[in-house]
Design a protein around this ligand. Structure first.
Ligand code: TPP
Ligand code: MG
Length: 417
């Protein structure tokens, strides 16, 4: 559990968390209306009751940090700075949407400015991708943290385990939020994982984890902030299990009649926004007038954003044939942003002294016929004497009996395995 759940926030931070949770909910409520008017062309997922997780975790990041949201993380997109109109237009496949109408849900990102990687539908795949972002950024000299989210169901995919293990071995500055909302489609978590706490999965990779009440936005924020600071300080990846409940079906088509009534009633009484309003009122951070002001602000904003989205045209048909293949600079201008001298990691600095050479290795037609150096393994080969610096002499093969040479080569292969 988080050590410092009582970390004090500024008044503005408390109010920001409230505003973004309300915005998250209002954007999704607007989309339900659009869906029922047949204006949303793709599937529509809901994070009702889970807003504290998307908002509290993403709010713990800085602008330079990277996220990859999943379907129930619209709140994270909003905190990162995506305008609601982009979310509306994306779902309505409008021409002015980030993907210019090519997608009907939230498969879009912003690599240049907001540092958002587009979601990948294959559950778990974002874990190795975001690990790559984290270690790639470290290589470029950037001090950033990468974050993504996964469900209880998604935590049983193979790539979840491969990815988290890879992140752990690389000590990646990466924070993984596991939203345990008790259901994966119609499968209850207890029927797919023989664990009480999914945070225990972290033990298998030797990384730290936290368990947090996913319906308490301050607890979520404090836990995420601590994890982000630790990952950023080089402690390696951290897993946070946020316990919550999926209040609606998997998507709009699913009435979720398989959810026991008592379970629903228990969680409905723990609505994260209602709980937080109580806290803010008790702490005198919000009163009726303040709440009214936020209601009005949200209403004005979302009316304008929705109107903009509705007035955006659908893409022209001929547009469908473009943008299929990357055509270089006119497709995108992604360039590595070095924040350290490239010379630090490019030859000759980064080259490795050959450990030993094997005659004939790599001496194909195109080569000069010389023995190629072998870089693998730092253990001395069985038939070679270590040199003074502890490494086998580079020229050990010269004058070595044939048999010994063969064994030397096989020893190098063995070391590699
Ligand atoms: C590898 C993979 N398998 C199956 C699916 C289909 N699928 C999409 S969402 C989902 C359920 C996910 O449940 P969970 O991870 O608990 O997330 P939640 O929907 O509860 O947020 C499934 C099976 C998928 N997208 N990817
Ligand atoms: Mg789930």
């Amino acid at each position: 559990m988080a050590k410092e759940m009582s970390r004090e926030l500024t008044r503005q931070q408390y109010l920001d968390l409230y505003y973004y949770m309300r915005l998250n909910r209002a954007v999704e409520e607007n989309m339900v209306k659009l869906f029922r008017q047949n204006k949303i062309v793709g599937g529509l997922y809901s994070s009702l009751g889970q807003e504290a997780i998307s908002v509290g975790t993403c709010y713990a990041l800085e602008k330079k940090d990277w996220i990859a949201p999943m379907i129930r993380n619209i709140g994270a997109l909003l905190v990162k700075g995506v305008p609601p109109r982009d979310i509306f237009m994306q779902h309505m496949a409008k021409y002015d949407s980030p993907t210019k109408g090519r997608d009907g849900t939230s498969h879009f990102g912003d690599l240049d400015n907001l540092h958002i990687v587009s979601p990948i539908s294959m559950l778990g795949d974002l874990i190795p991708v975001m690990t790559g972002i984290a270690i790639g950024a470290r290589y470029l000299g950037q001090k950033v943290v990468a974050m993504t989210w996964i469900g209880d169901g998604g935590s049983s995919t193979g790539v979840f385990h491969e990815g988290l293990n890879f992140a752990a071995t690389q000590k990646a500055p990466f924070v993984l939020i596991l939203e345990n909302n008790l259901w994966a489609y119609s499968t209850p978590v207890r029927r797919q994982v023989p664990l009480e706490n999914l945070a225990d999965r972290a033990k298998a990779y030797g990384i730290d984890s936290y368990i947090v009440d996913g319906n308490n936005v301050v607890a979520v924020y404090n836990t995420a902030r601590e994890a982000v600071e630790r990952a950023s300080a080089g402690e390696g990846p951290i897993l946070i299990e946020a316990k919550t409940f999926r209040r609606l079906g998997h998507a709009q088509h699913d009435p979720a009649e398989y959810v026991p009534k008592e379970m629903r009633a228990y969680w409905e009484a723990r609505d994260p926004i209602a709980l937080y309003e109580k806290f803010l009122t008790a702490e005198k951070l919000l009163d009726a007038a303040g709440k009214k002001e936020i209601d009005k602000k949200l209403d004005t904003l979302l009316t304008a954003e929705r109107e903009f989205a509705e007035n955006s045209p659908l893409p022209p048909p001929e547009f469908a044939e473009g943008g299929i293949y990357c055509t270089g600079d006119d497709c995108h201008k992604i360039r590595a942003k070095w924040e350290r001298p490239i010379a630090e990691v490019t030859p000759p600095k980064s080259s490795v002294t050959p450990v030993w050479t094997v005659p004939g290795f790599g001496s194909g037609k195109g080569s000069g016929g010389a023995a190629a150096p072998i870089h693998f393994g730092d253990a001395p080969a069985a038939m070679e004497k270590p040199s003074e610096n502890g490494r086998p002499a580079k020229t050990a093969t010269k004058g070595t009996p044939k048999k010994a040479k063969a064994m030397s080569a096989s020893a190098s292969r063995k070391t590699r395995r």
